[in-house]
Design a protein around this ligand. Structure first.
Ligand SMILES: Nc1nc2c(ncn2[C@@H]2O[C@H](COP(=O)(O)OP(=O)(O)OP(=O)(O)O)[C@@H](O)[C@H]2O)c(=O)[nH]1
Length: 511
């Protein structure tokens, strides 16, 4: 895949006679690169930053004899992207939970944050499944007390995974639900508490304040932002806002399987300096794999293509140990063909090392229950039980044909090649082509912003409406309670008014 970018850059290298990287050449090269990155959902400010750093480091750089400018630029870019992920660090949730467990410091609490429909509830279930299979006992808290069906959805997941769920009524304070779950975990020596929260637009101040309250009350060990990798720049804007409000510790990117472009991973790591912990690669409970930045970078800058099937089979989840929670409800579920049974030869994401334990019938991957919320992702490919397809080698294509990368676009644009044509004419055509694409991108960006604005407005209205309803219900409830109390007081006071007459009083009265 990166061959194409190299190819694009090789034109620039030739035209400078392999001597020096000058401003004109660098600008042209960067414009091309910027478009590639923008089209791959890398945020504008990240693209600007990458370009500025490349320019700073490479401008005026003298090339040694035989040194290829494209390789210099490529390795510099790789170095910069690697630096972004290195700054963000890594987050191994299982390891952290085990450390707290060994130190006997009480349950490890995780709060999941994000907007509606990103796959939060499903991700809570997937993490619950992963922990359970790693021998960690789990209780989940139905902290989404806003969306109709959310409590049932989480309960259904929990039942299928034999996890204890703590829930209250709709409209209840999510922090109270979280606190109940933490108390329950302490009392029953449960290792981890996973708190689902209501989806909220980052622009809804009330709900963002409510989220801050949950965090203040339950004091989680970590907060995880769940972002939809298909939502492109929207996801990056959400990550930025959620980070400002809740200072999350890591992110999980969902729906990577559904033609995501991969740019969101770079952007989130760059903008927040927090790691991507896992990526969701399907709708099954086992369809979540640890994110390995090294393999991600190698795959981006390497030549071999990796298919979604490789991704999905990259990280088999550990087999389950026998369930340890006394409260769990066992349910016999027919196993479906294992989706993550075979480790890929060159997975993008690293399988996590886990102890070998015997696989039980219960441990097989299971279908997720239908989600009451609308499905946002395009239908995910169901992974075949057969071994993953071998990496595809690069096959030259006809000029100007667009081809998608494995992430649907990161560095995946194919440049036109016209070796026999007039160099100058080709350059002019490319410039014209680039200008058109920049215009097109800007137009799309404006449309996206407008769509996002309308979506936020709509969500804000819904949030306000829900808030009003909750306040109204609360008011009615209080009124009812007051009436009840008043009736009781009246009854008590009328009791107090009963006068008990003594024998003398009666005699006096009779006189
Ligand atoms: N293809 C694919 N679909 C996913 C993935 N993760 C979640 N989904 C689907 O995305 C949809 C939304 O998931 P939910 O878990 O209901 O989303 P949510 O963020 O909890 O939604 P709210 O409760 O409205 O906030 C469901 O249909 C999930 O099955 C993934 O990694 N890949």
């Amino acid at each position: 895949m990166f061959d194409k970018l190299k190819k694009a850059l090789s034109g620039a290298a030739k035209s400078i006679g392999q001597k020096e990287i000058n401003e004109k050449i660098l600008d042209e090269t960067l414009l091309d690169l910027q478009i590639e990155l923008l089209e791959s959902d890398v945020a504008q400010e990240v693209v600007d930053d990458l370009s500025a750093r490349l320019k700073k480091d490479l401008l005026g750089l003298k090339l040694e004899k035989g040194q290829d400018a494209s390789q210099v630029i490529e390795s510099k870019l790789q170095e910069i992207v690697a630096g972004i992920f290195a700054r963000a660090g890594r987050l191994d949730i299982v390891e952290k939970i085990r450390a707290k467990k060994e130190a006997k410091q009480g349950p490890f609490v995780i709060v999941f944050l994000g907007i509606n429909g990103t796959g939060k509830t499903t991700t809570v279930a997937k993490v619950g499944n992963l922990l359970r299979k790693s021998g960690i006992s789990v209780v989940v808290a139905a902290g989404d007390t806003h969306r109709a069906g959310a409590i049932e959805q989480l309960t259904q997941h929990a039942e299928r995974l034999s996890l204890k769920v703590i829930a209250q009524r709709y409209g209840a304070d999510p922090s109270a639900v979280g606190r109940d779950a933490v108390d329950y975990a302490k009392k029953h020596y449960i290792d981890a508490v996973l708190i689902d929260t209501a989806g909220r637009m980052q622009t809804s101040k009330n709900l963002m304040d409510e989220m801050s309250k949950i965090v203040r009350v339950v004091k989680p060990d970590i907060k995880l932002f769940v972002g939809d990798s298909l939502a492109g720049n929207d996801t990056i804007n959400q990550a930025r806002e959620f980070f400002q409000y809740a200072n999350f510790d890591g992110a999980i990117l969902t729906k990577i399987d559904a033609d995501a472009k991969g740019g969101a991973a770079i952007s989130i790591a760059h903008l927040t300096s927090k790691p991507i912990a896992y990526v969701g690669v399907g709708q099954g409970y086992d369809d979540m794999i640890p994110f390995d930045p090294d393999k991600f970078i190698t795959s981006l800058f390497g030549s071999a293509a990796v298919s979604v099937q490789d991704l999905m089979s990259a990280a088999p989840l550990p087999p389950s140990p026998p369930a340890t929670e006394p409260e769990t409800r066992q349910e016999e579920v027919e196993p479906r063909p294992a989706t993550a049974a075979v480790a890929s030869g060159s997975p993008i994401f690293a399988p996590r090392a886990v102890e070998e334990e015997p696989i039980t019938k219960d441990d097989h991957d299971r279908d997720l229950p239908p989600s009451p919320s609308p499905v946002q992702a395009s239908s995910p490919p169901s992974p075949p039980p057969s071994p993953p397809s071998p990496p595809q080698s690069y096959v030259p294509e006809p000029a100007r044909e667009e081809k998608k990368s494995r992430f649907g676009g990161l560095f995946g644009r194919k440049k036109s090649s016209d070796d026999g044509g007039n160099e100058e004419k080709r350059r002019r055509e490319e410039e014209e082509d680039n200008r058109r694409r920049v215009e097109d991108l800007n137009r799309r960006k404006e449309e996206d912003e407008e769509r996002q604005r309308r979506k936020e407005e709509e969500q804000r209205r819904k949030d306000e409406e829900q808030q009003r309803k909750r306040e109204e219900e609360e008011r009615k409830r209080k009124e009812k309670e007051e009436k009840k109390k008043k009736r009781k007081d009246d009854k008590d006071s009328s009791k107090d008014e009963v006068v008990y007459l003594t024998d003398e009083d009666i005699e006096d009265l009779l006189k």
